[in-house]
Design a protein around this ligand. Structure first.
Ligand SMILES: [Zn+2]
Length: 361
């Protein structure tokens, strides 16, 4: 009998780590850290694994990879872009097995399939032919105008991102609030890899000019250089946004909308702007704001705004994914169950929140 063990990532906002046993193999999905630094999955009861599969390069999915020797230092499977975020000292080249962004592949000798997850560049969901079909979705979003989301196939069991639990607000509504808040100029301080280009596209579609920070321009060039990573429409818009950028050393105007990194004005170009403009800087933050960052301080003093930007599936998106996959067992992950009561109720009998779950053959 195949079996899933939810080592970490179910019941509360804890780092991702799941183990699937079946077809004579033991496969780990993700090995993350967080959300607070130093919080790792407990691997003390985990037997050696035949493979570690990584969904994407966010810290809550890969941040505990340095512990991989505790599960026997097995081969690691991920896309090229995900590997580019992992130091060679942690996973050496000879243990790296490249997965496609989408299509058929083999993982530890088992037939598998991947698809783009719409959440992070290089991010994927993974389907394995164990039991009557198993999908590990990692984090995902069906709303991105930048990153494609490939519909997964039918599967008996699915571990899905339920981060937004009961939220149902759309990205387009969220963008209207950002555009309104930014209409007299703003600095949108965003995390790397994805959100900056995505917000820039939203402004472009409303014919509102934006200015991009230097690292963001470089990020866009990287995204444009990799095949199949972003949608064709996004590719065209981003090329045109880059063409319209002013000279890099042109002075900033107070009424400009600037999109730049790093996310919490703690370093990089956004920190330079904060230094330069002081209280005149009109920051908007959209992500998780860690303690002891300039973002946290500015927000506490009412000198900046925080507005939401969806990067995970909403309540209805999760229900739609369950319908598409025809899953009979759904493991809602990466959410505190207090914040997902409506979703758990709607999932009803198919929701499983146990530590160990059997897969029917
Ligand atoms: Zn993520």
């Amino acid at each position: 009998m195949a079996k899933l063990t939810c080592v970490s990532g179910v019941g509360d906002k804890s780092p991702a780590c799941f183990i699937l046993e079946g077809a004579g193999k033991r496969i780990m999905f993700d090995l993350g850290e967080g959300p607070e630094p130093g919080v790792f999955p407990d691997l003390s009861k985990v037997a050696p694994c035949d493979a570690i599969v990584l969904s994407h390069a966010h810290i809550d999915h890969i941040g505990a990879l340095h512990l991989n020797d505790q599960v026997g230092s097995p081969p690691v499977y991920a896309t090229e872009l995900t590997f580019s975020a992992i130091p060679i000292s942690i996973i050496p080249p000879e243990r790296r097995k490249i997965l496609p962004l989408y299509g058929s592949c083999m993982i530890a000798g088992i037939k598998a399939q991947t698809g783009r997850c719409g959440h992070a560049p290089g991010g994927i969901w993974v389907y394995l032919t164990i039991g009557k079909g198993f999908i590990y979705s990692g984090d995902w979003s069906a709303e991105s105008k930048l990153l494609p989301y490939d519909q997964p196939p039918q599967a008996h069991m699915i571990v899905t991102d339920a981060s937004y639990g009961d939220r149902n607000q759309s990205l387009s509504v969220q963008f209207e609030a950002i555009a309104e808040a930014a209409k007299n100029g703003a600095i949108l301080s965003v995390p790397e890899m994805g959100r900056g280009p995505e917000i820039a596209i939203a402004f472009w579609n409303k014919k509102i000019p934006v200015r991009l920070g230097p690292d963001l321009c470089q990020e866009i060039r990287t995204l444009l250089s990799i095949e199949h990573l972003i949608s064709d429409e996004a590719r065209e818009i981003l090329r045109r946004i880059l063409q319209k950028q002013p000279e890099i050393d042109a002075p900033y105007r107070e009424d400009e909308i600037i999109i730049t990194t790093d996310a919490n004005a703690e370093s990089g170009h956004s920190a330079e702007l904060l230094q330069e403009l002081g209280d005149q800087a009109k920051f908007i933050f959209t992500g998780h704001v860690p303690d002891n960052t300039p973002a946290q301080q500015l927000l506490a003093e009412n000198k900046a705004r925080w507005l939401p930007w969806n990067v995970h599936p909403r309540y209805q998106d999760v229900l739609d994914q369950v319908k598409v996959t025809k899953a009979e067992t759904v493991v809602p992950a990466f959410v505190n169950f207090k914040n997902a009561q409506k979703l758990l109720f709607a999932l009803g009998d198919v929701a499983s929140t146990d530590y160990e779950i059997e897969l029917s053959e």
